[in-house]
Write a protein that binds this ligand. Sequence first.
Ligand code: SF4
Ligand code: SF4
Length: 64
Amino acid sequence: MAFKIIASQCTQCGACVFECPSGAIKFEGEIYVIDPDKCTECKEAFDTQQCASVCPVPKTCVPD
Ligand code: SF4
Ligand code: SF4
């Protein structure tokens, strides 16, 4: 399992990039995307998903 970013809601603030412990979030083309092969859902590192925690837009970083 991995998280994904709902591109239509993303304000492209970039905050999630710096919080991801897996380096899974990148700016590709014109949107921020989560690499499902790198996303660990923050398991073992944090109790909550850091991208979802830091994102200012509710329900924009969600389970894929
Ligand atoms: S859930 Fe965690 S590992 Fe996955 S993209 Fe978000 S911050 Fe990165
Ligand atoms: S924190 Fe949320 S709004 Fe900001 S770039 Fe990431 S997904 Fe988009």
